[in-house]
Design a binder for this molecule. Structure first.
Ligand code: HEM
Length: 384
């Protein structure tokens, strides 16, 4: 048991000492402040992610009833068999062969952007570097009208903030969550969206009989909410880590083939999504405890990815580590459907930076606190 509050500003700013404490307490810890169980060790989070029959998503994967009911029907919050056709349709534009068509455009954008920023000498790695591809390329691919596109970043952050327990951060985020749900339900229709965008392809799939048309607005939320901030945080965390560990940038410059491994290492160490929850459909035994059916269990990806039982010296940033089994994208039935796109974006930027930048000097940085996400709101660097 622990009475710790994971959601205070102090613990959101630096959750790692608390995660260590929770891992040390045992394979499962009851968080008495919220009446939920938490898995902070790698093994338990991985096992639960792979067992949707017992660790159900259908009653929501968030910390409060209001958002769990508002987002009922999104792919993220469903179980098979309902989940299977939704995920199949959702994943169509994100399949490797579809994404391959996008690579030249993404690489070209990354090259031009990085060339410009390096010439500039100092820049904000969040707003000027990391936001660019998600805000220009990805939001366009989703294909909302201009008003929706302009609001995506704010809606996404609010959706993750509203996933917390009923604290101020959560309640402040509800109006924006409601606005996004209303937009998806009432304003996005074939005719108001780009005809070849991801949103439009959902309606095309429904017209073909692949899913009920009522599902389309909710599945649109599966594209709108998680596609921007997650990747933005991962990219700016990478620059932050390289600025603080310049010898790791040297290793990467000497061996650019390590880029995919470096991306995994960044995601392991600073997992953009820190947690989701599950609802137990039956009693579950772990580590000598029986968790009763009907309990909510928090899967702490950010803690599992720093479990010393899995990763020796887990707080050390090491681009040679090759932690391809990290849990930052989840695992199993709900494993992140956008992970390949996120990797393509990060890789394009890092590969554009490698030949042009020998050092990142950190000038200033500040976290953007959020109930679910971990990442920076600003990260000013000077490059040489
Ligand atoms: C670095 C970037 C990203 C991270 C760290 C991340 C993280 C995650 C995690 C941890 C899950 C598992 C959820 C669970 O098990 O309940 C997930 C699922 C999901 N992600 Fe991502 N994500 C990223 C980028 C993206 C992008 C770019 C998109 C959209 C284009 C996306 C769309 C989704 C969707 C739709 C799901 C739900 C899949 C399902 O329920 O079957 N994500 N993501």
């Amino acid at each position: 048991m622990s009475d710790a509050d994971l959601f205070t500003d102090a613990n959101l700013s630096d959750p790692y000492p608390l995660y260590q404490e929770l891992r040390d307490l045992g394979p499962v810890v009851e968080l008495t402040a919220y009446g939920v169980y938490a898995f902070a060790r790698y093994r338990q989070v991985r096992e639960a992610s792979g067992n949707w029959q017992v660790f159900s998503s259908a009653r929501g994967v968030m910390m409060n009833d209001r958002i769990n009911s508002a987002l009922q029907g999104v792919t993220l919050c469903s179980d098979p068999p309902e989940h299977t056709p939704m995920r199949q349709v959702l994943g169509r534009p994100l399949r490797p062969e579809k994404l391959r068509e996008l690579v030249p455009r993404i690489e070209d954008e990354a090259e031009q952007l990085v060339e410009h920023l390096v010439e500039q000498g100092t820049f904000d790695a969040v707003t000027e570097l990391a936001e660019h591809l998600p805000l220009t390329v990805v939001s366009e691919l989703v294909g909302l009208d201009d008003a929706g596109r302009a609001r995506m970043l704010e809606w996404g952050a609010a959706t993750f903030d509203a996933q917390g327990p009923m604290n101020r951060r959560t309640t402040d985020a509800f109006p924006k969550l409601d606005e996004m749900v209303a937009f998806a339900l009432h304003e996005v229709k074939p005719g108001t969206i780009k005809p070849d965008g991801w949103a439009a392809h959902l309606y095309a799939a429904a017209a073909q009989g692949d899913l009920p048309v009522e599902k389309c607005p909710f599945m649109m939320i599966d594209y709108i909410a998680p596609s921007l901030d997650t990747t933005i945080h991962a990219t700016s965390s990478a620059i932050h880590l390289f600025a603080r560990n310049p010898e790791q940038w040297d290793v990467l410059r000497a061996d650019p083939a390590l880029v995919p491994h470096a991306i995994n290492e960044v995601l392991r160490l600073e997992s953009p999504v820190q947690r989701f929850t599950r609802y137990l459909t039956e009693d579950y035994d772990t580590g000598g405890c029986t968790l009763p059916a009907g309990s909510r269990v928090m899967l702490l990806y950010g803690a599992a990815n720093r479990d010393e039982r899995r990763y020796p010296d887990p707080d050390r940033f090491d681009v040679r580590r090759k932690p391809s089994d990290h849990l930052a994208f989840g695992r199993g039935e709900h494993a992140c459907i956008g992970m390949n796109l996120a990797r393509i974006e990060m890789r394009a930027l890092l590969e554009a930076l490698l030949p042009r930048v020998s050092r990142f000097e950190l000038l200033a940085s500040e976290l953007k606190l959020n109930n679910t996400l971990r990442g920076l709101g600003t990260c000013k660097v000077r490059v040489s």
